[in-house]
Write a protein that binds this ligand. Structure first.
Ligand SMILES: O=C(O)[C@H]1O[C@H](OP(=O)(O)OP(=O)(O)OC[C@H]2O[C@@H](n3ccc(=O)[nH]c3=O)[C@H](O)[C@@H]2O)[C@H](O)[C@@H](O)[C@@H]1O
Length: 410
C-alpha cells in the first residue's frame, strides 16, 4: 500500500505522449482559470456584498477604524454594532482609545432606521460599521486578513424570547450558524483574538433556585431563544480554547430595542393603547432583574480587559484554557407591574392594563459575585433612575424624528 503512489508516479509519467501532455496542460490551465475566476461560495448576504463591502477605499476605512490610539490599546471587532448593546459597547471602547470596527447586517427584525441612527452616532465617534452578515465567512476572513484584531466582541444575535414562535429559523441562522461562523473565523485568524460574547439570563429557564448562579443547572430552557443561547455556550466550549460568555439580564436603556416590553409599553401608554402585563399561575406576578445599559457596558469592558487569548490552535492546547461564563444582572428583580407604574409616573399618563396568562419564565434574579470578583462588575442603577434616562431619550428621539417625518411628508 505504501509503495503504490510511488509506483503510479513512476509508471505514468514516462509513458505520456506529447499530445497527451498538451491536453493535460490545457485542462490544468482551464481548471486553474475556473478556480480563480469563479465566485466564492454562496452566503445569505452574497447578493448585497458587492455593493456594501470590498475595494481599496473600504479597506482603508476598516484599517483606520481599527487603529488603536496607542499600542497599549486594543483593536476590537464588534458584531451587532448597530444593535442596542453593541452600539453602546463600540462607542465606549472607541472613547477610551481602542480601535473598533463594527459589523451588522441591519436586518428588519425591528425598525432598521433606529439601527441606522445608532450607526450615524458611531460614525461621529470614528467607528466604521461594516454592513454584512456574520454567516458570511468570506467577509469575516477578509476582515481578519486586513486587521490583526486583539479582541472580538460577538453581540450579533436574533434576540427576543417570544418572536421564536413566529420565526424559529432566524434563531438557528444567527445564534447557531452565525455564532459558529464567527467562532471558526476567530479560530482560523492569526493571531487569534480573545473572544467575549453575549449569552443570556434566559438559559436559566425554569430554574427556581435564587439568585441564579453560574454553577446552577441550565438544562430546562423555556424558549427556543434560550435553547440557542445555551447551545452557544456549549459550542464555545467545543470550538474555542478560550472564551467569555456574558449572561445579560433584561438590559434596558436609551437607544434600546423596540421589541422589549419597557420600550413598547412606553409607546403604547403614550398612544393610549392597552398593554398586557403577563402574570403567572395563581395570579402570580412576573418579575425581571432589569439591568441598565451603562452597567452592562462596564461589565463588558471588564470582561474584555480580563479575557485571555486562546491557549492553542489546530486542536493543540498549550496551557489551561480560560472558559468563563458570567451573570451580568442587577441583583434586584422588579415585578413588571411595578415597571409599568414607574413608566406611568415618568410619562404622566395612566396605562390601560390587561393581565393575561403567558408562558414566560416567572422571574430572573442574578447572583453576580463571580463577575464582581473577576470583572469588578458593580451595577449602580436602579430601575427608577434607569427608566428616567430611557424616557428622556425616548421623548427626545421620537419627538425629533416625528417632527422630521412630518416635515418630510408636508
Ligand atoms: O434577560 C435576557 O436574557 C433576555 O431579556 C429580554 O427578555 P425578557 O426578559 O423576556 O424581556 P422583555 O421581552 O422586555 O419582557 C420583560 C418582562 O415583561 C413581560 N412582558 C413582556 C411583554 C408583554 O407584552 N407583557 C409582559 O408582561 C415579560 O414576561 C417579562 O417578564 C430580551 O428580550 C432578551 O433578548 C434577553 O436575552
Amino acid at each position: 500500500m505504501i509503495d503504490r503512489p510511488i509506483y503510479i508516479h513512476r509508471r505514468i509519467w514516462p509513458n505520456y505522449s506529447a499530445t497527451k501532455l498538451f491536453c493535460y496542460t490545457i485542462s490544468a490551465a482551464l481548471i486553474l482559470f475556473l478556480i480563480f475566476h469563479s465566485p466564492p461560495p454562496q452566503t445569505p448576504s452574497d447578493h448585497r456584498r458587492a455593493a456594501t463591502y470590498g475595494g481599496l477605499n473600504w479597506e482603508k476605512r476598516v484599517i483606520t477604524s481599527a487603529r488603536p490610539r496607542s499600542h497599549h490599546h486594543l483593536s476590537v471587532l464588534v458584531t451587532g454594532a448597530a444593535g442596542f448593546v453593541g452600539s453602546h459597547v463600540a462607542a465606549a471602547l472607541k472613547r477610551r482609545g481602542d480601535g473598533v470596527v463594527g459589523l451588522d447586517n441591519f436586518n428588519n427584525y425591528y425598525d432598521p432606521s433606529l439601527k441606522r441612527a445608532r450607526q450615524k452616532n458611531l460614525e461621529r465617534e470614528g467607528v466604521f460599521v461594516v454592513e454584512g452578515d456574520i454567516n458570511d465567512a468570506v467577509l469575516l476572513n477578509k476582515l481578519f486578513d486586513i486587521v490583526a484584531f486583539t479582541h472580538v466582541v460577538h453581540l450579533a444575535a436574533q434576540a427576543g424570547v417570544r418572536y421564536a414562535m413566529q420565526n424559529p429559523g432566524s434563531y438557528v441562522h444567527s445564534n447557531i450558524a452565525g455564532l459558529v461562523s464567527v467562532f471558526e473565523a476567530c479560530k482560523l485568524a492569526n493571531p487569534q483574538p480573545s473572544i467575549v460574547w453575549a449569552s443570556s439570563s434566559s438559559v436559566y429557564g425554569l430554574n427556581s433556585k435564587v439568585p441564579f448562579s453560574e454553577k446552577d443547572k441550565t438544562d430546562s430552557p423555556a424558549s427556543l431563544y434560550a435553547a440557542t443561547k445555551k447551545a452557544g455556550e456549549e459550542i464555545a466550549h467545543t470550538i474555542l480554547h478560550s472564551s467569555t460568555g456574558l449572561r445579560f439580564f433584561t438590559v434596558y436603556g436609551p437607544w434600546g430595542r423596540p421589541d422589549m416590553a419597557y420600550f413598547f409599553f412606553t409607546k403604547h401608554i403614550l398612544k393610549g393603547k392597552p398593554i398586557s402585563i403577563f402574570e403567572g399561575p395563581n395570579h402570580g406576578s412576573v418579575a425581571r432583574d432589569f439591568t441598565f445599559i451603562d452597567d452592562i457596558v462596564k461589565g463588558c469592558l471588564g470582561a474584555i480587559d480580563t479575557a485571555q487569548k486562546s491557549t492553542g490552535s489546530g486542536g493543540k492546547k498549550k496551557g489551561v484554557a480560560q472558559l468563563r461564563v458570567f451573570n451580568l444582572g442587577n441583583t434586584s428583580p422588579v415585578p413588571v407591574g411595578k415597571l409599568v407604574s414607574i413608566l406611568e409616573r415618568l410619562l404622566k399618563v395612566k396605562a390601560k392594563r390587561n393581565v393575561p396568562r403567558n408562558g414566560d419564565v416567572l422571574f430572573t434574579h442574578a447572583n453576580i459575585s463571580y463577575a464582581q470578583k473577576e470583572l469588578r462588575y458593580e451595577p449602580v442603577t436602579d430601575l427608577q433612575t434607569g427608566l428616567k434616562k430611557f424616557v428622556n431619550w425616548y421623548l427626545d428621539y421620537y419627538s425629533v424624528n416625528g417632527k422630521m417625518k412630518k416635515k418630510n411628508s408636508s
